[in-house]
Design a protein around this ligand. Structure first.
Ligand SMILES: C[C@@H](Nc1nc2c(c3cc(-c4cn[nH]c4)ccc13)C(=O)N=C/C2=C\CC1CC1)C(C)(C)C
Length: 322
């Protein structure tokens, strides 16, 4: 009789000589892989079912050779560290565990069966104020949680805002996050030069998010800060109500020109409170952008109960804002 090796169990004897079966790390064989959810540049995300528990997960598979060749090892560790630092928040996708085989790394993540907010938005065209207020509030508290833990997402967009089976949000894709040094941890001695590791400075310089949501500071002086996520937040709020992002042009370069020139306008009939909030977020100088506290107190969010209550209440029914 197979000692359960197939299901990742190992025989051990405890102090009193009693036989115990220990659950060891899961492996590829423990899952049945389903459809592809999306392809990243170094990874693929598939739906997968755990053979034993029949629970559904999203598994991100990274090709080790490709990562090493492209010197992206740092990115991979950043994503894992970011997800591990952000556990236990209802608005952040959970990383359950990771394992590897000879060719790939596997991240076993929570499945968000409602899919991407972008997909829902495309289906109904645009959100009304009530839905925008609810989803905006959930996204803001998830951003607040990240920033409290020194994590800057850097690529927030409706595609990375997922929906669970209760139609509550789950932020995902921390592969391009920036981890601020932990103020509580002393900075260690400088590491010896390692040619295979791409330096932070070059990394910060090389990375740019998705054109429509990139902040002006990332385009002008190549550095992202927490306020960069709030610029993206402003773009998302605008897009939920208008059905399109504020800065969109024929190609990336023209989109960048619109951003640094703050070249956007509101469609007629745009709700005035939302317009005022967006005008205080889409500010070129990151220092002058509204802080999270001020956003929470803005009249657009009047009526929102911030805190745990936000995650227990029923999501408003999505109806198009005509
Ligand atoms: C934006 C993202 N799309 C998605 N990423 C994830 C999903 C996900 C689920 C559906 C879905 C499920 N049921 N119906 C639709 C559709 C798209 C998804 C999920 O459940 N759990 C973790 C995910 C991502 C975590 C990983 C990046 C670290 C890309 C295109 C990058 C795969």
């Amino acid at each position: 009789k197979d000692k359960g090796a197939a299901v990742g169990l190992r025989e051990e004897y405890d102090a009193s000589g009693q036989l115990v079966l220990k659950q060891v790390k899961k492996g590829v064989r423990d899952f049945v892989f389903g459809r592809t959810l999306g392809e990243g540049s170094y990874s693929t995300v598939l739906l997968a079912t755990d053979r034993q528990t029949l629970k559904e997960y999203a598994v991100k598979i990274l090709d080790k050779k490709h990562i090493i060749k492209e010197k992206k090892i740092k990115y991979v560790n950043i994503e894992k560290d970011a997800l591990n630092q952000l556990i236990e928040h209802p608005g952040i996708i959970r990383l359950f565990y990771t394992f590897q085989d000879s060719s790939s790394l596997y991240y076993v993540l929570e499945e968000a069966s409602g899919g991407e907010l972008l997909g829902v938005l495309k289906k109904i065209g645009s959100f009304d104020e009530e839905c925008t207020r609810f989803y905006g509030a959930q996204i803001l508290t998830a951003i607040e949680h990240m920033h409290e833990r020194g994590v800057i997402h850097r690529d927030l967009k409706p595609e990375n805002v997922l929906l669970d089976d209760q139609m509550h949000i789950k932020i995902t894709d921390f592969g391009t996050a920036k981890l601020l040094p932990d103020p509580r941890k002393p900075v260690g001695p400088p590491k010896p030069y390692d040619p295979t590791v791409e330096e932070e400075s070059t990394r910060a310089r090389s990375f740019v998010g998705t054109a429509e949501y990139v902040s002006p500071e990332l385009l002008t002086d190549k550095s992202a800060c927490k306020a960069s996520d709030l610029w993206a937040f402003g773009c998302i709020i605008y897009q939920l109500l208008a059905g399109r992002p504020p800065f969109k042009a024929g190609n990336e370069y023209q989109t960048f020109q619109k951003i640094v020139g703050l070249d956007y306008e509101f469609p007629p009939g745009f709700p005035p409170a939302a317009r005022d909030l967006i005008e205080r977020l889409l500010v070129l100088d990151p220092q002058r952008r509204l802080s999270i506290e001020h956003i929470k107190n803005h009249e657009f969010f009047d009526g929102i109960k911030w805190g745990r209550g936000l995650w227990r209440q029923k999501a408003p029914r999505l109806k198009p804002y005509v």
